[in-house]
Design a protein around this ligand. Sequence first.
Ligand code: ACO
Length: 334
Amino acid sequence: MRNVGIVGTGSYVPDKVLTNADLEKLVDTNDEWIITRTGIKERHMAPADMPVSELCYQAALKALEDAKVGPEEVDLVIVATVTGDHAFPSTSCIVADRLGAKNAAAFDLQAGCTGFIYGVATANQFIAAGMYKTVLVIGGETLSKIINWEDRSTCILFGDGAGAAVLQPVEEGYGFLSFELGSDGSGGKLLTQPAGGSRYPASQDTVEKNLHTIQMEGKEVYKFAVKIMGDVSVNVLEKAGLSKEKVDLLIPHQANIRIVEASVKRLGISPDKVVVNLDRYGNMSAASIPVALDEAIRAGRLREGDIMVMVGFGAGLTWGACVLKWTKVGKMHD
Ligand code: ACO
């Protein structure tokens, strides 16, 4: 089996910023409540005429440039999203076409906010097994389009954005060292956009009842997240045969600063090794981890040989984590 790593990243968020002060004009909330309960100060919003494929395309362009890979070299495009352009065709097909990735297979993957981790785990298998050499994994969301802007318990949490990574074979001992993925569908109702699919097809009734917007049992999701983020980080390190002292950088899903802090405490690593950008972006679901990854790399927070953990949880319910020994040097000759 080949070793597989991330050889390029990119990210993109729309220009428009929605601050907590802006939200105070929409619902009965305030800056202090939002910051204390979530850590979020502002988030980015896609304009009405911008679909998620545009965000994904922009992030992917940067990732390909960073990896010095041409679009026709890409063998597979995976887009992780819960806010695809359409029910079908897939957003990945739209993005592959726009990129000119004419030799690529393409599919979307849906694992809520864990989507990017599921995406890189899937891409890793294709490359490790020898079927493909270059896979583009994108996590992108336009959550602003499925928010109920009258529900103060959810509309303050989410933002729009996309992050992308190019995966290729790397030197032995580098790249992905372990994965941990899981699901528990019995918790599906805790976090859902109920209507628009085959159970509740779009109708006047579903629209009137706001069933095309995010419905969340915040407290239950919070309890689940705190436990699973800690547990899965511990397990994935154990699988890689590494102790927590070896971790140089932790990139957690950016849902809520209190969830991040609780999982960091459970894992027992120093907070200065943790990437946090939710104050500027809110929760971007499948885009959160790849945007944080791209920013961390561009800020010089990852060096050759560093051990990095990415961990997330999300709708489904789902969870996932991976450990990497960092290198950006691809090994394409075998
Ligand atoms: N502004 C002011 N008050 C508010 C707001 C708001 N925006 N939202 C809720 N409140 C009120 C509630 O009405 C409630 O008032 P009451 O006591 O009079 O009934 C009070 O604040 C406390 O509400 P709680 O829901 O108990 O607040 P909590 O401390 O649980 O924080 C939050 C809510 C931030 C949503 C938290 O539960 C949370 O972060 N949950 C996890 C959310 C999450 O990570 N979701 C994942 C999303 S998708 C994904 O990443 C997979």
